[in-house]
Write a protein that binds this ligand. Structure first.
Ligand code: NAP
Length: 289
């Protein structure tokens, strides 16, 4: 099902070695796009790249290794992007996870905030010149319905005082929406749209890892979750469908636009979070409001 409008479009998908990201990358490859898979594991990445090439018959699929919880590795990824291309048409910020114990990244930042939110910010801002050159371009941020119970705790953004994995995850997923809406506003005049997907439970490896919770969580999601293709279809619609070319600052699941939590529309919180996030990643804020 090649899509003539996607041939020649360059798409970067983070967290493309598993779950929603992998299914999205495969869908983009099937449509004939050039697809770059970003992930942290080179061996797994090469295997997924080969599998997607074989399944789609599209050779224009590459793997780029980067641990997106590391700011240095995101900078290196951005530098590699700039070596490979002078434009980018689609950026899917998807890599994410939940950490059942408070964990710090190599940069000393709480890992959920770093991976699920700050990586979206840093990679998007580092790619903004490429997206501008590729315009019309589309940014998609994979958030979660968990955002509804989220609150941005500016006094304790990194949960130093008390840590509850789901609360910290919900904060990061709310941050995805706040970032996406602030971004949409700032890049509207550049021909870039930014939208979010807020999947409900999806049958993926989400939450997998060590310990009892790391074993139980993916099993639970496999029982209660929708098929991964359903979530990927939402991302693919936003990435490819001409009907969404000018839609921006919205959240979707399935074909439907979704009303998200009241706090996710709060422009003051969006702006405060933008400033704090840009400072935390030391980004060149090319999209200053
Ligand atoms: N599944 C759900 O029910 C659900 C619901 C709402 C929202 N979401 C969101 O959907 C997104 C994708 O999750 P998923 O459900 O598809 O889970 P998944 O199957 O666990 O996929 C997560 C992806 O992120 C990658 N990743 C994790 N840490 C990374 C790091 N430090 N650097 C680079 N890549 C990293 C993983 O790489 P590896 O393959 O190396 O592990 C994997 O490719 C997340 O943002 C999640 O919050 C999921």
């Amino acid at each position: 099902m090649q899509d003539a409008s996607m041939v020649g479009r360059i798409c970067l998908v983070t967290g493309a070695t598993s779950g929603i990201g992998r299914a999205t990358a495969e869908g983009l490859a099937q449509r004939g796009a050039t697809v770059w898979l970003a992930g942290r594991d080179a061996t797994k990445g090469a295997a997924v790249r080969d599998a997607i090439r074989a399944a789609s018959g599209n050779p224009l699929v590459e793997f780029l290794r980067a641990d997106l919880s590391s700011q240095r590795e995101i900078r290196t990824l951005a530098a590699e992007l700039h070596q490979r291309t002078d434009r980018l048409h689609v950026l899917v910020n998807n890599a994410g996870g939940i950490f059942f114990r408070r964990t710090l990244t190599v940069d000393g930042i709480e890992a959920t905030l770093a991976l699920d939110h700050l990586a979206y910010v840093q990679l998007t801002l580092a790619s903004l010149d490429l997206l501008t050159a590729g315009a019309p371009a589309r940014v998609i941020c994979v958030s979660s319905q968990a955002e509804a119970s989220g609150r941005i705790d500016f006094a304790d953004l990194q949960a130093e005082r008390s840590y509850q994995a789901f609360r910290v995850y919900a904060q990061a997923k709310l941050a995805n929406l706040l970032f996406c809406r602030a971004l949409a506003r700032r890049v509207a005049d550049r021909g870039i749209v930014a939208n979010a997907v807020t999947p409900g439970p999806v049958a993926t490896n989400f939450g997998g890892g060590r310990g009892v919770l790391g074993r139980i969580t993916p099993l639970l999601f496999r029982i209660i979750g929708r098929p991964v293709e359903y979530a990927a279809a939402s991302v693919l619609r936003l990435a490819c469908d001409p009907a969404y070319a000018t839609v921006t600052g919205k959240a979707f699941y399935g074909e439907r636009e979704r009303t998200t939590s009241p706090q996710s529309y709060d422009v003051a919180i969006q702006e405060q979070l933008w400033q704090v996030s840009v400072a935390l990643v030391g980004a060149d804020d090319d999209a200053r409001g």
